[in-house]
Design a protein around this ligand. Structure first.
Ligand code: HEC
Length: 104
């Protein structure tokens, strides 16, 4: 009986891991965004300081804002602050938004 419960536990764990495998917000953020925004989202990188990245843990962008920033970039009038980021799907962007929400 004990062994059966244990096997069940492993199966549930494996299924949960597979299901969550679609988009890994932390991994995409680290590879595509952290060079400017910093791994902690605070923008304290050389690039982030140069481009005046705001602290994402302070501005707390919504999911819609993150998706828009990634797809369309961030502009103020004609001035481009951030270019659209290629190779990031909507699902990735949503996962990133959840990751940013969790940053402190
Ligand atoms: C080349 C540098 C660079 C990269 C790479 C980059 N950003 Fe940005 N991002 C900026 C700059 C500059 C701004 C404008 C200043 C600001 O609002 O922080 C900005 C603004 C934003 C904003 C609006 C912030 C706010 O709350 O006002 C979001 C959201 C954002 N970026 C998300 C992302 C995500 C997600 C990625 C990765 C997929 C990414 N950025 C990659 C430079 C970058």
């Amino acid at each position: 009986m004990k062994i059966k419960m244990c096997l069940l536990g492993v199966a549930v764990f494996a299924a949960a891991t597979l299901n969550s495998g679609a988009a890994d917000g932390a991994a995409v953020f680290t590879s595509k965004c952290a060079s400017c925004h910093g791994a902690d989202g605070k923008g304290a990188t050389a690039m982030g300081k140069k481009l005046k990245c705001k602290d994402l843990t302070v501005t707390k962008p919504t999911e819609a804002q993150v998706v828009k920033a990634v797809k369309e970039g961030v502009k103020e009038g004609d001035k481009v602050h951030m270019k659209p980021i290629a190779g990031v799907s909507d699902d990735d962007a949503k996962a990133i938004a959840a990751y940013i929400k969790g940053l402190k």
